[in-house]
Design a binder for this molecule. Structure first.
Ligand SMILES: C[S@@+](CC[C@H](N)C(=O)[O-])C[C@H]1O[C@@H](n2cnc3c(N)ncnc32)[C@H](O)[C@@H]1O
Length: 272
């Protein structure tokens, strides 16, 4: 079936069955997060991780990106390590592990003390099919902007070199953002619509990835879209979206969220 059938829609169903209908090499960006460590039983359904990863490889365009947001449960006093196993599997089937990024929660849920520090982050594994095609880097202010510094140390991780070189004088205003991204979870107005889902993304996290790895009119997929944060933000940013979820209730929530954006065209680009 042609991918056009699915463009700008939210589809109820098992993503593995739905994705089988997609053509090869059609998706520019996938942003998704699986049911964490609920691997055996999710609403009575066995989560077929490997099949999903294989389908994602097939449907991703050359140079396209998959952002896989995941964290581990702690079971019998040990973290499961599922996130790492999944990341290594993505590599095994041909993806590059382009970047291991961190989603740091500025308001982590307090936990019962179990002789460990409070968990406050999740992984955002960024996989690419070959070399990344699009990167529109987000920039942040330089701490020493405008200062006349003598030199600084640069690290070239590929060559394992560390050299001291002259800095631009004066120091530039902006630099490329680091790979630890911080967000407040569930408090912003735009995140309130997703409250009925147990684990929605912050819209801002999805927005930052969409702006980083795609251009307008590119196709953004979330095969486990839950409350529909990825389709909602893709629509807001004038990207094409496809959302899939196994729960008809979540699909309905996702459709409502996208509809709100479609009805308010002024929201488009508000965040650029
Ligand atoms: C961690 S939640 C995703 C939340 C989403 N990122 C959001 O912003 O609301 C995982 C979702 O995967 C869905 N799911 C689990 N197995 C699935 C499958 N095989 N196919 C499609 N969706 C699935 C669940 O219904 C759940 O909503």
């Amino acid at each position: 079936m042609n991918i056009d059938t699915y463009i700008n829609s939210i589809v109820d169903g098992n993503c593995i069955e739905i994705m089988k209908n997609f053509d090869d090499n059609v998706i520019d960006l996938t942003i998704t997060s699986p049911p964490y460590d609920d691997l055996r039983n999710y609403n009575g359904y066995v989560f077929p991780f490997k099949s999903i990863a294989n389908e994602l490889y097939r449907v991703t365009k050359q140079g396209g990106v998959v952002v896989w947001v995941v964290a581990d449960a702690t079971i019998d006093a040990t973290e499961t390590g599922t996130s790492f196993k999944q990341a290594l599997y993505f590599k095994e089937i041909g993806f590059n592990l382009h970047d291991t990024m961190i989603f740091r929660k500025r308001n982590p849920i307090p936990q019962i003390y179990r002789k460990r520090y409070n968990n406050e982050f999740e992984y955002m594994f960024v996989f690419s099919k070959g070399v990344v095609n699009i990167h529109n880097p987000i920039k942040v202010d330089c701490m020493h902007a405008g200062l006349e510094l003598n030199g600084t140390t640069y690290k070239n991780y590929s060559k394992n070199e560390q050299v001291r070189e002259k800095l631009a004088k004066p120091v530039k205003e902006k630099k490329i953002k680091g790979n630890i991204w911080e967000y407040v979870v569930g408090k912003k107005q735009e995140d309130q619509e997703a409250k009925r889902h147990p684990a929605p993304f912050p819209c801002e996290l999805v927005r930052d990835h969409i702006l980083s790895w795609t251009n307008e009119n590119d196709i953004v997929l979330d095969p486990m879209c839950g409350s529909g944060t990825t389709p909602r933000v893709a629509c807001e940013q004038n990207r094409k979206y496809i959302g899939i979820d196994i729960s008809p209730d979540y699909c309905e929530m996702a459709r409502q969220r996208v509809k709100l954006i479609e009805m308010q065209p002024t929201l488009h680009f508000q965040y650029e």
